[in-house]
Design a protein around this ligand. Structure first.
Ligand code: ADP
Ligand code: ZN
Length: 725
């Protein structure tokens, strides 16, 4: 047997293995932990990272060599610990977490310098008018691109080529420009109110002190939280550190980027799925090399390899969009706090309606708690009025109550804006045949097809399946007897058009044709007052500043309460407070209307009274009583398979294999409320644990010892689940 080569290192591969593999380091190659390398795996070459820890006892005959090291800064120790930590907490293979880090492969090689040309000082053999025009410009001594110079001189690029051939112009390399200009912490400082200044001071101190801290910055919508945390960003920049700002719907927050630019003189680097792959590679590289100082990004920005991170801000920290429920299931807010902790820097969590988890942490003193009590300047929060739909509802077949119509009319007369909020895309959530009662259902999901009248289609909101709206019922053949049941935003638009034929009305939902760029334009138009009535789904609820908006109507305030999951009350409270918070941001008196069939429900009552404190007190107490998060812990196990039988059988076998534990109990299996998604049948088990129990350890043991998933069966683990569908 050949001896084990001296130089063997553990390498973490982007595959679902539970530990790093060993590879030999070729002679002459110097490697440190965190280096990004290319290694052979079967017949392929994959990008991986040199990891920590011991190497396995490997058979030297099987040991393969690392193919190459990328010219790229290594992932630092804090980043590597973060990857391991997330994997361990979320019960995901560490390589799959690393895969989220290495998502921009083009970033691993240095950016190509651009080719530039400069004037060499020589004169051409023969001068022409065109050459003269070129040299007039080039004599400034600065570098030009070939086409840029020709264009500016108004000549063909052949003229430039001719001068290069005679060495009048010579080639140089221009380093790739930074993707964004460096932000200047002193560019345009904001005059803060007393309350804001105190809050900013506290955050600044946290940044200036070395080490981890977590602070909840809580203040009503419009209180100036953004202005305040910008001061923390400035402090981190002054300290020479980089900053990560997480935002849930960054693609739609063009206004945020502009505000940042006003304050810091340059935009932050954006990171989200609508940024082009090429641009993402540039951002990744420059985050790693330190040229990018501030990133504003969606949850995946959490896995960027900052060179010198100094502050993490999680804006709208309560937002459900921070939970990823795909491949690696993780909550970006919680993992952001972990990353700050492992890096030894402050985390700031920002919200008008904090999550119960963050409020409990703040009240327990685990997090600092900074509060902004009122809106900035003269702006008042909207007055909230509940419309009791049992008594004051609209006529059958309509959805906007007379009180709300009247308020919209007055708003229109005052040349102000109204917003109607309904969290349902399309025309109607259910279509049925009046003759035989046939309901249109998705062939692959347990969900009704939603009619989208603008597109003349029936669409599944879970898998995207769509079919044209038929003229005849597919079951009984009756012609023209399909009826729409219940409202979607498109149907509301029809009703608004009936009442306000001359108003400028717009429907905003995520399926708008034209995608994100169109949505950005529409949001801008609303902010500029070019629209009278906005009808929208939850994407209008998020952080936007609409100065002329003074009337907000929630069409179905009870919608989220019917969900019956442990977070229904919290979610509804947050969403409705955020939606009504779009009103009255600039001083004019404003009103939020909640159409409800259960006005006495504690969530609706707390919103009506503007009493968030009593809501939090009651909800926290209810969670404590039931040992629900954060007083106890939950994990979902989702078993899916091609057939219902297979899924159920495996779920039951798992249940039987669960070992008894005094602090951990398993509920289920039960067929999931979404029993079928994309053709896969689903069963759920819910694991409930006390805070003391080692939930992850127990789960790991259960998964290792329990039945192995065979055939089409798949098992997904969701720690701290947010969705129970
Ligand atoms: P929040 O993030 O709490 O919703 P913002 O930071 O967006 O609040 O502030 C709401 C509005 O008030 C914004 O238009 C902002 O520019 C303005 N504002 C807040 N504080 C100040 C301040 N100190 N000086 C000038 N404008 C401010
Ligand atoms: Zn479907």
């Amino acid at each position: 047997m050949p001896p084990v080569p001296e130089n063997v290192v553990p390498v973490l591969l982007p595959i679902p293995a539970d530990r790093p593999y060993s590879y030999a380091v070729p002679e002459g190659m110097k490697l440190v932990a965190g280096d990004i390398v290319a290694v052979p795996l079967g017949p392929r070459t994959v990008i991986a990272a040199v990891w920590d820890g011991e190497t396995d006892n490997v058979d030297p005959g099987k040991l393969r060599e690392i193919e190459g090291r990328f010219d790229c800064p290594p992932l630092d120790a804090a980043m590597r610990r973060f990857v391991d930590w997330v994997a361990n907490y979320c019960l995901a293979p560490p390589g799959m977490v690393l895969k989220m880090v290495l998502r921009a492969p083009g970033a691993l090689v240095p950016l190509e310098p651009m080719e530039g040309i400069v004037y060499s000082g020589r004169e051409p053999e023969r001068m022409t008018k065109a050459r003269e025009a070129v040299l007039d410009l080039a004599r400034d001594g600065l570098a030009w691109t070939r086409s840029g110079l020709a264009h500016a001189a108004g000549v063909s690029s052949g003229v430039v080529d001719g001068l290069m051939a005679q060495a009048v112009l010579s080639r140089i390399e221009i380093p790739a420009p930074p993707v964004v200009a460096p932000p200047d912490p002193d560019h345009a400082t904001t005059e803060l109110s007393d309350g804001q200044a105190q809050a900013a001071d506290a955050l600044r101190k946290a940044v200036e002190a070395d080490g981890f801290s977590a602070t909840l910055l809580e203040g009503v919508t419009g209180s100036g939280k953004t202005e305040v945390y910008f001061e923390a960003v400035a402090a981190a920049l002054k300290k020479g550190r980089q900053v990560l700002i997480l935002l849930p719907e960054i693609a739609l927050t063009a206004a945020f980027l502009e505000r940042f630019e006003q304050r810091f003189g340059a935009k932050p680097a954006e990171w989200h799925s609508d940024v082009s792959p090429k641009r993402r590679e540039q951002v990744w590289r420059q985050v790693a090399t330190g040229e990018v100082r501030v990133v504003a990004g969606a949850r995946s920005a959490l896995f960027l390899p900052f060179e010198e991170l100094g502050l993490v801000v999680i804006d709208e920290e309560h937002d459900p969009a921070y939970k990823q429920e795909d491949r690696v299931f993780y909550h970006a807010r919680d993992m952001a706090v972990v990353r700050a902790n492992l890096t030894g820097v402050p985390a700031v969590l920002v919200s008008a309606t904090p999550s119960i988890e963050s409020r409990v942490n703040a009240e327990a003193g685990k997090y600092g708690h900074i509060r902004l009590a009122e809106r900035y300047a003269a702006a008042e929060l909207p007055e909230i009025k509940v419309i009791d739909m049992r008594r004051s509802g609209p006529a059958r077949g309509s959805f906007i109550s007379p009180v709300l119509i009247e308020a919209m009319k007055q708003t229109l007369e005052k040349k102000q804006q109204s917003l109607l909020f309904l969290n349902r895309r399309g025309y109607a959530p259910l279509t049925l045949c009046r003759v035989c009662g046939h309901r249109f259902q998705c062939p692959d999901c347990s969900a009704w097809l939603v009619e989208h009248r603008f597109r003349r289609q029936l669409v599944c909101h879970h898998c995207g399946h769509s079919e044209p709206v038929p003229e005849a019922c597919p079951e009984c053949g009756a012609l023209d007897h399909l009826v729409a049941c219940g409202p979607g935003v498109e149907r509301l638009a029809e009703e608004v058009l009936h009442h306000f034929p001359d108003a400028r009305t717009i429907v905003l939902s995520s399926d708008l044709l034209g995608g994100v760029s169109r949505l950005r334009l529409e949001l801008e138009a609303i902010a500029k007052g070019e629209v009278d009535i906005v009808i929208g789904t939850q994407l209008v609820a998020k952080g936007h500043n609409f100065p002329a908006m003074t009337c907000v109507g929630v069409i179905d305030a009870d919608l989220g309460l019917a969900n019956g999951d442990p977070r229904a009350a919290e979610r509804t409270f947050q969403l409705l407070a955020q939606v009504t918070g779009r009103a009255g941001r600039t001083g004019a008196a404003s009103t939020g209307f909640l159409q409800s069939y259960q006005p006495e429900h504690s969530v609706i009552a707390a919103l009506a009274a503007g009493d968030s404190e009593s809501f939090y007190a009651r909800e926290i107490e209810a969670r404590r009583q039931a040992a629900l998060p954060p007083f106890g812990r939950l994990a979902s196990v989702i078993v899916s398979a091609a057939s219902r039988q297979e899924a159920e059988r495996h779920a039951r076998e798992m249940r039987r294999a669960a070992s008894a534990h005094a602090e951990i109990s398993v509920l289920g299996p039960a067929e999931a409320p979404m029993a079928l998604i994309r053709g896969r049948h689903r069963f759920r088990l819910l694991v409930h644990a006390s805070r003391r129990a080692d939930l992850q350890g127990w789960l790991r043991q259960w998964l290792n010892a329990g039945p192995k998933a065979r055939g089409s069966v798949r098992v997904q683990i969701d720690i701290d689940p947010q969705s129970f569908l």
